[in-house]
Design a protein around this ligand. Structure first.
Ligand SMILES: Cc1cc2nc3c(=O)[nH]c(=O)nc-3n(C[C@H](O)[C@H](O)[C@H](O)COP(=O)(O)O)c2cc1C
Length: 376
């Protein structure tokens, strides 16, 4: 048998198979084995409380953008290549000066306690076991210090700033002191646009602790609305750099003009994101926005992409369109809710295994060999 991987770890497919016991007590009975991210979504829908499911699964308004994210990725066709030696597939990638074994990161998402009692502690353990960076949300239910104590792989901190500059500064300094390796500032929610499904269940969602901001309440409660919102401007990046040495990654870029401004204002990277369709509805799918942004950035800083990634082929299409890496949002929460840390690990392992196979079947043996010619 040819050796399938250049890494010392077992091949991703083997690892995914070895994980298949994770769903022993799944609602379908002990024989059901989750084989893809959609299986985890289905199991989450069956097992989550109604408010948890509605909060996590929903998008804004009519959910057009949320739907388009997946439709646009599915619509793109791949160009296979045959009779190439694909016995070794190397998924290593360099991001902000660090070599990662694969290009899949955990997106910042709030309120992991809705999905699992171990909340972000289980998420960071699962991400670490799958060799993935976790981006910990400002709106975590566990403090950034405790998340870092449980981390075995790098963690970035996602910032929602407060209207009070002093509070924002203290939070950034806490994240840096805790050991976070990058500051991911979310810039696409200065206002909240029509979260209709969230509004329907707001009164049913349990009160949760948000220790990073010393707040307790529902994840959709108005008490959180001062965080994140309204007050971030380009000039504020200089203010942050005045006291924080971490590289700054701006999350929520869709407009090529803003991508250029991000470079000019010293961002170390950007995340092309529409917040998984939870921000302004009817903005384009991220995979449709990505090529023009990649053209504008022209390799000056890394581009990450999220929103709608569900398959290894989606990861390949994102990288072919100019991304360096991708983030997973809801799928991580589904894995967390269904299987705790093991579920998070399994979700990442499944996607990684699919991505490796998609690379092989398009004749690409390394990340640097992935370019637009992968697309039909
Ligand atoms: C339940 C939920 C909570 C989220 N919370 C945050 C957050 O606190 N900060 C942030 O920057 N993005 C947040 N996001 C957006 C994600 O980081 C990411 O952009 C999005 O989920 C990616 O799309 P996907 O769910 O289709 O993978 C959240 C998304 C969901 C579904």
């Amino acid at each position: 048998m040819p050796k399938r991987s250049t890494r010392k770890e077992p091949p991703a497919r083997k690892r995914a198979e070895a994980m298949s016991g994770v769903l022993g007590d799944a609602p379908q009975g002990p024989k059901f084995v989750a084989a893809c991210l959609a299986d985890y979504e289905m199991l989450a829908k069956q097992s989550f409380s109604r408010p948890a499911w509605e909060y996590i699964n929903s998008g804004s308004a009519d959910e057009n953008t949320m739907r388009w994210n997946i439709e646009a990725l599915t619509r793109l066709r791949l160009r296979p290549n045959i009779m190439i030696d694909v016995s070794k597939i190397d998924t290593r990638v360099n991001l902000l000066g660090r070599e990662l074994p694969h290009p899949i990161l955990v997106a910042p998402t709030s309120s992991h306690l809705l999905a699992h009692p171990d909340a972000e502690i289980a998420t960071v353990r699962g991400a670490g076991a799958a060799h993935a960076i976790m981006i910990a949300s400002t709106l975590s239910n566990v403090s950034v210090e405790k998340i870092l104590q449980a981390a075995i792989q790098p963690v970035w901190f996602q910032l929602y700033s407060d209207e009070d500059r002093g509070k924002t500064k203290v939070l950034i300094q806490r994240a840096e002191a805790a050991g976070c390796q990058a500051l991911c500032i979310t810039v696409d929610l200065p206002w909240i646009y029509a979260r209709n499904r969230e509004a329907h269940i707001a009164h049913e969602v349990p009160q949760l602790p948000f220790p990073n901001i010393n707040f307790t309440g529902g994840p959709a409660s108005t008490g959180l609305k001062t965080w994140g919102y309204r007050n971030l401007k380009w000039s504020d990046l200089d203010w942050v750099r005045g006291f924080c040495k971490l590289p700054i990654v701006l999350k929520g870029v869709l407009n090529p003009k803003d991508a250029e401004l991000a470079v000019q204002n010293g961002a170390a990277g950007i995340v092309v994101s529409n917040h998984g369709g939870r921000g302004l509805d009817t903005v384009p799918a991220t995979i449709d926005a990505l090529p023009a942004i990649a053209e504008k950035i022209a390799g000056r800083i890394p581009i990450l992409m999220d929103s709608g990634i569900r398959r290894g082929t989606d990861v390949l299409k994102a990288l072919a369109s100019g991304a360096t890496a991708v983030l997973l949002g809801r799928s991580i929460l589904y894995g967390l809710g269904v299987g705790g840390a093991e579920g998070v690990k399994h979700v990442i392992e499944i996607l990684r295994a699919e991505f490796e196979a998609a690379m092989a079947l398009t004749g690409r043996t390394s990340i640097s060999a992935i370019d637009r010619s992968v697309l039909w």
